[in-house]
Design a protein around this ligand. Structure first.
Ligand code: GLU
Length: 266
């Protein structure tokens, strides 16, 4: 039970939801289309209740690997960028099917760090997002991996979703990954590790937990999730971290029956 999470969700109208690669892929590396169908239904329910939603979806690379199969072991950056270009189409194909079943259209935005740093581009992104959402369309964002080389790379979708939440003036950012939230220590190795349900001070949190390889289970790891919270909370946007693989996770978070870590806004 986490009533605080239910309260935060209840109070939020504009919600950015980021879904990590591990949540979008099954253990065998194929796309978890059942999950996508379920999330689309839960998003549609929230929209019917008056909420507005933007999705930030990872999973292009993993979808590319599952499509091409034989490229799975190629680590070269050009192959990885090419994989994202293949996988992005597959990813959006599945999202389109999932949202079509809810009578909702989707729109795609592929962004890089440069886009957020440039005044004209960020204004255009903002206008496109507002227009799509006003028209009842779900924007789905990913990093533009095939053009993002190091200098213009955000690098992880946790930080990309934080920049999106700030640009759109969201009320809440939700990160779905394969962990339940932030723990005091690695729960896989320490049975006494406790889930931290509410974070009021990120500097205090940083002092009290072990970050690093021992505590990294998600795609971007704990560090990028904390960085995302550092970005949004100063803009008054709380961040909620929860386990996307739990059934009906969005519904249950709203009902207060699902747990996670909520970073309260400053
Ligand atoms: N943009 C990458 C992809 O779609 C994932 C980045 C991340 O997981 O943070 O595969």
């Amino acid at each position: 039970m986490n009533k605080k999470i239910a309260e935060v969700l209840e109070a939020s109208r504009k919600i950015v939801i980021k879904i990590g690669s591990n949540t979008l892929a099954k253990a065998d590396g194929t796309q978890n289309t059942d999950f996508m169908v379920s999330i689309a239904r839960q998003c549609a329910d929230l929209i019917r209740k008056g909420k507005q939603i933007i999705l930030v979806s990872s999973g292009a690379q993993v979808a590319g690997v599952s499509t091409t199969k034989e490229w799975a072991r190629k680590k070269d950056v050009h192959y990885r960028q090419a994989l994202c270009s293949i996988g992005q189409v597959e990813l959006m194909h599945q999202w389109r099917k999932a949202f079509q079943a809810q009578d909702l259209h989707i729109g795609q935005l592929l962004l890089t760090k440069d886009d957020f740093e440039n005044e004209h581009r960020s204004l255009n992104i903002r206008n496109t997002l507002f227009t799509l959402v006003d028209q009842g369309v779900i924007p789905i964002i990913n990093e533009n991996d095939s053009v993002s080389f190091d200098e213009i790379k955000i690098g992880d979708n946790d930080n990309l979703s934080a920049l999106t939440a700030i640009l759109w003036s969201a009320d809440l950012l939700i990160l779905f990954s394969d962990i339940d939230g932030i723990y005091s220590d690695n729960p896989k190795t320490n049975p006494d590790a406790k889930l931290i349900e509410t974070v009021e001070s990120i500097p205090e949190l940083r002092k009290s937990i072990t970050i690093g390889s021992a505590n990294e289970f998600g795609t971007g790891g704990i560090e990028t999730k904390i960085q995302a919270a550092e970005k949004t909370t100063v803009y008054g946007i709380p961040l909620l971290l929860a386990n996307g693989s739990h059934e009906n996770v969005l519904e249950n978070l709203a009902a207060g029956t699902e747990n996670g870590t909520v970073f309260l806004a400053d």
